[in-house]
Design a protein around this ligand. Structure first.
Ligand SMILES: Nc1ncnc2c1ncn2[C@@H]1O[C@H](COP(=O)(O)OP(=O)(O)O)[C@@H](O)[C@H]1O
Ligand SMILES: [Mg+2]
Length: 526
């Protein structure tokens, strides 16, 4: 079949791509065992262009990025950089061609410092190590300052940093090596608000210098703000390329999911559910994080916790899962006070609290273990008789939970790490469905999840609440909070500053409260 790429890729907006493309992928395929990650996919990016690569979770975007980064080799197909055919066997070869990548799974080494990560693999050693370490730190500090990241300490260990800061370091490390071609794999799924503006600023500056950028995101808003053209992948195939300015959102969504999306959010009950209080927190205080925070969560209710990043939401969720050091505060389940010293206390049957954390890669799943173990982990004892696990019963129960979240049964035997972001998130949810939790703490559960999977997660949430469960829900996307919650509490500097229910739940009011407007008014009145 000749002229195939012409068929797959209609020329963008009538104007031909000038001269040699900075990056051209022609008909690449890649399979992992039985999974076809890329099937004859093609796309091309002009020099100096910012090109969005879009597609549902599992569409093959990260696989494409890994091929271009020299981490894996295609089974067939060709890659050209600036008109020359290349064969990228190792990351070092990709680096030699000027390709640098900020990976989706954040490849920083957690127990090394920012400086060591940045300089790797050339971290200073030997007798002159001390001196060179200081030089290295100065170099890295200057680099961070140039990127407006002076607030990040070059000597901090990566694991001490918040997820957003780690993401920014992952990007800063790629920039440290002066790329001609920069690949950004879903950087904004860990960023919000001002950090996204920061990234937009960096992209604009790099574009002005002629750097070619491939940018993966699930947010069309960012495609519109940052990108010149877009290419959509679906099931490993390239569906098409378009000029951002010339295509409507609906059309992009249709390309991504292969159909149009009538309504994303399930309908909610007209009146907030008024069942018993299942979970109540009073006066939670943690130095610098929580100041007398509290809430009551009812049976059947989805209670939203809104707020800008770092206003205490994370500590609030961790506290309810036995993972935060509180100075004061009490937590009640079914009106009885409980002591939550660890997650083990929280998941006990008569308490029944589960957490879907922000960083599922490191907190929610064991990536090397098969889906079966990950899903059955909290309840493994239930399948044990005289210390021996009844594998058949366990497999059956896990298969049922996987079916509920619509994950392919092959997840039973495949390592969790081999699944796309959305499917990993569904594994985490399957785990808590199997555990028969009554109270779900969902911290940004749709972060980095494609539209189709998001919709499924929304349905699961509403179904769980309708069945009498209760959900405490935080999202960085305000429309999710507005459309999913029966009631919303807004946090500002460690405490609740606003409450919205029913029809009063709307974006603007929540944003005003999140920005601390009522606090400013209160202080002014004092
Ligand atoms: N190392 C791997 N082993 C097995 N399957 C994989 C591996 N990496 C990716 N896959 C599979 O390939 C498909 C594409 O994944 P990926 O490129 O990560 O998608 P995306 O980044 O678009 O979400 C998915 O079905 C995923 O499960
Ligand atoms: Mg990906």
């Amino acid at each position: 079949m000749t002229g195939r790429e012409e068929a797959v890729l209609p020329p963008a907006g009538g104007g031909a791509v000038p001269m040699a493309a900075a990056l051209e992928v022609r008909g690449v395929s890649k399979t992992f065992g039985a999974t076809v990650a890329l099937a004859d996919a093609s796309f091309r990016v002009a020099p100096g262009e910012v090109h969005a690569l879009l597609g549902e979770n599992g569409a093959g975007k990260s696989t494409m990025v890994k091929l271009l980064s020299g981490l894996i080799m295609p089974d067939s197909g060709e890659i050209e950089l600036y008109g020359a055919r290349v064969s990228l066997h190792t990351p070092a070869e990709a680096h030699r061609h000027g390709v640098q990548t900020a990976f989706q799974e954040l490849t920083l080494v957690r127990d090394l410092t920012v400086t060591d990560n940045m300089l790797m693999p050339r971290a200073p050693r030997g007798p002159l190590g001390q001196l060179r370490r200081r030089q290295g730190e100065e170099l890295v500090a200057a680099h961070l300052a140039a990127l407006d990241l002076a607030a990040i300490d070059p000597r901090a260990e990566v694991q001490e940093l918040e997820l957003a800061a780690r993401q920014k370091i992952e990007i800063a490390r790629a920039l440290f090596r002066r790329p001609r071609i920069l690949l950004l794999d879903e950087p904004t799924s860990t960023l919000a608000g001002r950090d996204i503006d920061w990234l937009g600023g960096q992209i604009a500056a790099l574009r002005a210098e002629g750097v070619t950028i491939v940018f993966i995101t699930h947010r069309l808003r960012e495609v519109r703000r940052f990108c010149d053209r877009l290419t959509v992948l679906r099931n490993g195939q390239s569906i098409g390329t378009a000029e951002v300015a010339e295509i409507a959102d609906d059309e992009v969504i249709r390309m991504i999911i292969g159909r149009s999306l009538a309504s994303t959010f399930p309908s909610r009950p007209a009146l907030p559910p008024a069942g018993r209080v299942l979970l109540r927190a009073e006066n939670l205080a943690a130095p610098g994080k929580l100041r007398q925070a509290g809430f009551a969560l009812h049976e059947g209710e989805i209670l939203g916790i809104a707020g800008l990043q770092g206003m205490g939401q994370q500590e609030l969720f961790l506290a309810c899962f036995g993972m935060a050091a509180l100075r004061e505060g009490r937590i009640f389940v079914d009106q009885r006070e409980v002591m939550l010293a660890s997650p083990r206390d929280a998941i006990r049957k008569r308490i029944g609290i589960s957490l879907v954390p922000q960083d599922r890669k490191t907190e929610g799943l064991f990536l090397k273990l098969a889906g079966r173990f990950n899903v059955s982990l909290p309840v493994a004892h239930r399948f044990a008789q005289l210390g021996v696990i009844d594998t058949a019963a366990e497999t059956k129960a896990v298969a049922h939970a996987l079916a509920q979240v619509e994950v392919h049964p092959r997840a039973l035997y495949t390592p969790a790490g081999a699944f796309s972001g959305g499917n990993q998130q569904k594994l985490v949810i399957a785990k808590w469905l199997l555990a028969e939790s009554r109270i779900l703490l969902l911290f940004d559960p749709t972060r980095g999840v494609d539209v189709g999977t998001k919709h499924q997660i929304y349905l699961l949430m509403r179904g769980f609440a309708d069945a009498g469960g209760a959900i405490l829900f935080h999202s960085t996307e305000i429309p999710e909070i507005v459309n999913m919650c029966d009631r919303v509490l807004v946090m500002y500097e460690g405490r609740m500053v606003g409450e919205f229910a029913g029809a009063a739940i709307e974006e603007e009011g929540i944003m005003r409260a999140a920005l601390g407007e009522s606090e400013v008014a209160r202080k002014a009145a004092e």
